[in-house]
Design a protein around this ligand. Structure first.
Ligand code: NDP
Length: 282
């Protein structure tokens, strides 16, 4: 315990948020960096989000993370957005600058950093399953990383078409939208397939509706879901010889970026990785 009675506070706000590993990882990283900060996990309903953000502001919180379902709704309660958060239309992170709360999005950047450990997205033919907050963050960062062609596959047409339009019109990236209806055949020539839906969250055995036979060993297959067990998609892809990536790297890397935004310090990434693995019992 510090001799000071006031600590800097950062937090994760979501619902349901129990089981989120970020507090465990951040507290280990803060201690390793010798920072007497506190990271809280706060269960907040959508109806109470505005009051919660106003409360965090007057209570002097230094920043935090927004988890499901607040990543889009939180925008209206923040004072300003970073350029990528504006493009993405969602925030997973906020930072205090003076008395202003600035929304950021580190999900896509965290994903790309993790992906670079296995492949460079530049020039690649990419298929993204989903068009929600995580998919939007990844798609925008894919475009900024010069992906060759991006196909958005989504169940709800309006969301998917809007995202493909954003990539084409605002980011000058070759992009198309495909409605997800039945088992999706991954096109031959796809180099990178990403599940950015919530299928697999809290149920690693949940099957992503794709034609498993269309997965080729030359593909990199990534899932945003991070947990104690690899998802159905990651296991299926690994069995077919694909290079696979689970959501742990994305989780750690987006947290590394958030930590640096709030504290100005670089965290010990190994401490964070060990903490997440310990949390999930890996
Ligand atoms: P959203 O609710 O914004 O989006 C969910 C997406 O999943 C939508 O595209 C939705 O389609 C699609 N979807 C859900 N169920 C189905 C289904 N049965 N069939 C087809 N599509 C489906 O969630 P987020 O984008 O914020 O989060 C998605 C996932 O990403 C979560 O599981 C979250 O935990 C994970 N995530 C992981 C991170 C990490 O660091 N590893 C970081 C951020 C998120 P539709 O539009 O049709 O509803």
């Amino acid at each position: 315990m510090s001799r000071e009675s006031l600590q800097e506070i950062v937090c994760c706000v979501g619902q349901p948020v129990a089981g989120n590993p970020t507090q465990y990882m951040m507290e280990k990283a803060l201690a390793a960096a010798d920072l007497d900060w506190r990271y809280l996990t706060l269960e907040v309903s959508p109806e109470d989000l505005g009051d919660a953000v106003r409360g965090m502001k007057v209570l002097g919180f230094r920043g935090g993370n927004f988890a499901i379902p607040h990543k889009v709704a939180a925008i209206e309660y923040l004072d300003e957005l970073s350029e990528s958060a504006q493009l993405i239309g969602a925030v997973n992170c906020f930072n205090r600058l003076g008395d202003r709360l600035i929304g950021e999005n580190t999900d896509g950047k965290g994903f790309i950093q993790s992906l670079r450990e296995v492949t460079d997205p530049s020039g690649k033919r990419v298929v993204i399953l989903g068009a929600g907050g995580a998919a939007r963050a990844i798609a925008v960062e894919m475009a900024l990383a010069s992906a060759g062609h991006v196909t958005i596959v989504n169940r709800t047409e309006s969301r998917g078409a809007e995202l493909a339009g954003l990539l084409g019109d605002r980011l000058d990236t070759s992009a198309e939208f495909v409605v997800w209806d039945g088992n999706y055949e991954v096109p031959a020539g796809t180099q990178l397939l990403i599940n950015a839906t919530s299928i697999g969250l809290n149920d690693a055995a949940a099957r992503v509706p794709i034609a498993a036979g269309s997965l080729a060993g030359s593909m990199v297959v990534a899932d945003v879901i991070a947990g104690a067990v690899d998802t159905w998609l990651v296991r299926e892809a690994a069995d077919r010889g694909c290079t696979t990536l689970n959501g742990l790297g994305m989780l750690i890397n987006q947290a590394v970026i958030g930590f640096t935004i709030w504290t100005g310090a670089k965290p010990d990434v190994e401490v964070m990785r060990e903490a997440v693995e310990e949390f999930f019992g890996l």
